[in-house]
Design a protein around this ligand. Structure first.
Ligand code: SF4
Length: 353
């Protein structure tokens, strides 16, 4: 089967095998443009022309982990650490609600200072603001923590698997094992969280076959959301001298994921935007339908550096949202006004929104 036939076949519901996914990832022009167009059409058909804006509060840069690619790793002594007070987090969420946000993502390093009870307090506080979805992204925790937070009203959980290649995963995460991460993901699914995972492109020694395996893992897990972005070296890590991932491969991985997991929420990740200012625009033409904007004040943002990035001019939450709404409309897209819950099993419902 050539690439054109393969893409048409996948659009009609066929799930490709690992070699076929690798074939797509290794494509060159004009086949690549055909893949990108097909992915964009699938996004329009299954997710509509709307882009969801999620507000993310990076509330602590303390982390007990030693991920080899991350500037927040526990060994990085150069980094000034911060923690936001639970009341302050709820206050920022309220401002975001007033600015039009209907999803708040609570993200931090793995910081056990935020006990089960503290996170419960934050979730419940945000839930009193209005009909707002709460997504947690706080790493590997006990099953009982996950269970309690779901009961408190958390809707979604993001836990990227980063790479499904066991050898590579264990080398990059000396403090933990891939089995643990996979176990946590299945627990989150069992607890009925809308679950997100994802992976990085351009890790040292990663091959297109590894990326194909990553996409198949997302399919097996049947995720509701997937974050895919390039590896970007950070000076405070052991991988500081490695080259960044290529955005061409990141876009192909995004597009192929859209072809296979048709209703998945796919953000134009900030790492992708970091490599190339046009990254978001490109990502939205190959299947992305979500963008995340930081909400915490700049004094914290500058210290939440998983990979190095630029920080624009200081603005307030409302102004920043307006700017991104204008950007979305300039691409001929619409801004979603609802919570943007999982689209799985609701393929036709968006037309009635
Ligand atoms: S990637 Fe996450 S878990 Fe790993 S060091 Fe960074 S903040 Fe911690």
């Amino acid at each position: 089967m050539d690439i054109y036939q393969l893409v048409d076949h996948i659009c009609s519901g066929y799930v490709p095998n690992i070699n076929e996914i690798e074939q797509l990832l290794n494509s060159c022009e004009p086949e690549t443009s055909y893949i990108f167009n097909a992915a964009h059409n699938i996004a329009l058909k299954y997710c509509s022309n709307k882009i969801h804006i999620r507000g993310i509060i990076e509330f602590s840069n303390y982390c007990r982990c030693s991920c080899a690619y991350c500037g927040l790793n526990a060994e990085n002594q150069e980094l000034k650490r911060y923690r936001m007070d639970p009341q302050e987090i709820i206050h920022v969420a309220r401002e975001a609600w007033d600015a039009g946000y209907r999803t708040i993502v609570l993200q931090s390093g793995e910081d056990l200072w935020y006990t089960r009870e503290k996170i419960s307090f934050i979730i419940k506080g945000i839930k009193t603001i209005g009909d707002i979805a709460v997504t947690l992204s706080v790493g590997e925790r006990d099953y009982e923590d996950y269970r309690q937070w779901k009961q408190d009203g958390a809707d979604r959980f993001l836990l990227k698997h980063e790479t499904i290649n066991r050898k590579l995963y264990n080398r990059l995460h000396p403090h933990s094992a891939l089995e643990n991460r996979i176990l946590c993901l299945w627990e989150l699914k069992e607890l009925k969280y809308q679950t997100g995972s994802g992976f990085m492109i351009g890790l040292p020694d990663q091959t297109p076959k590894d990326i194909a395996e990553d996409i198949l893992f997302l399919k097996k897990l049947d995720v509701d959301m997937a974050g895919i972005g390039p590896f970007i070296p950070h000076k405070g890590t052991t991988l500081r001298d490695n080259p960044a991932g290529r955005d061409a491969m990141s876009l192909k991985a995004l597009a192929v994921t859209r072809l296979i997991l048709k209703t998945v929420h796919l953000p134009a990740t900030t790492a992708l935007l970091t490599l190339d200012g046009e990254g978001a625009r490109k990502a939205f033409t190959v299947g992305a339908n979500v963008i995340m904007l930081k909400l915490e004040s700049y004094k914290y943002r500058r210290l939440y550096e998983i990979y190095p990035k630029e920080f624009g001019e200081e603005n307030n939450i409302k102004q920043e949202r307006l700017k991104i709404e204008q950007f979305i409309e300039s691409m001929g897209k619409e801004v979603a006004k609802n919570r943007g819950d999982s689209l799985k099993g609701k393929e036709r419902l968006w037309q009635n929104e």
